[in-house]
Design a binder for this molecule. Structure first.
Ligand code: SF4
Length: 248
């Protein structure tokens, strides 16, 4: 039988997708994580250990040539722009490409309420055989949260802090004033590093108003979003480029 690769991202949905894949395919499943843990909340290591116990499987950790997203930005002289985020490419796509085989079946943590992301991925990856196990069974993100809680798996700390995704802290793809001011409050040291590095590279990470971008160090601590929800940043397998207008 082909290998079934359940791509675990430290997110709630990818944990549940791995669980459903193991129930469906059994021992053929390998749970794999592309290592961005240095840039994530430290609680993710606790979450991974708890998920391994829950799944009854060790998570294989793979990595590319870069140690962190800051390392990618330093060496590539690029953070995020119209071509997408270089960190996603170097730390998630490149290791996946090296690991995958042509006959693998891929399971990603994209849910029933993310049809656009699935459609984009399929459109750009005709050669991959995917089992959209969550979407096909009607699982939405909220169901994944509820299921993990009901199974006694404590959700990653970033969700409890109010973030919609368990991404790297201070994600390069983020652009909303609300997100960056939240990072400034929750993780001031990360905010300071992002501000310094993005200024040095000439990257205007913040969209202060429609089509107007500013440097992080120009962002007023009082600036708010034009919308009330915390930014939903996709850093999944499809790695959609950020909104047009991003200055590389
Ligand atoms: S979560 Fe954000 S910063 Fe981290 S790899 Fe993905 S795009 Fe880059």
């Amino acid at each position: 039988m082909s290998r079934v690769i359940a791509w675990f991202s430290h997110g709630a949905a990818s944990a549940v997708a791995a669980k459903l894949a193991i129930e469906k395919y059994g021992d053929a499943v390998e749970v794999v994580y592309c290592d961005t843990s240095r840039d994530e909340h430290p609680d993710n290591l606790r979450f991974r250990a708890q998920v391994e116990k829950w799944l009854g499987k060790h998570v294989t950790v793979i990595a590319g040539k870069y140690a962190s997203i800051e390392d990618v930005a330093d060496k590539e002289r690029y953070m995020a722009g119209s071509k997408g985020a270089k960190c996603t490419v170097e730390m998630k796509k490149v290791p996946r490409f090296a690991f995958q085989r042509v006959d693998d079946i891929h399971v990603f943590g994209l849910t029933h309420d993310e049809p656009r992301r699935i459609k984009n991925f399929v459109a750009n990856n005709h050669d991959l055989q995917c089992d959209w196990i969550l979407a096909d069974l009607g699982w939405e993100k909220k169901h994944c949260f509820e299921y993990l809680r009901s199974e006694g798996v404590e959700l990653p700390a970033m969700y409890a802090l109010g973030y919609r995704n368990n991404n790297c802290i201070g994600c390069f793809k983020a652009s909303s004033p609300g997100y960056w001011n939240k990072i400034r409050r929750d993780f001031p040291e990360v905010f300071a590093r992002r501000a310094e590095q993005s200024r040095a590279l000439g990257v205007k990470l913040v969209e202060s108003s429609h089509h107007n971008r500013i440097f992080l160090d120009e962002l007023s601590p009082d600036a708010k979003d034009h919308y009330s929800r915390v930014e939903n940043i996709s850093c999944g397998p499809e790695c959609a480029p950020p909104a047009p207008g991003r200055t590389p």
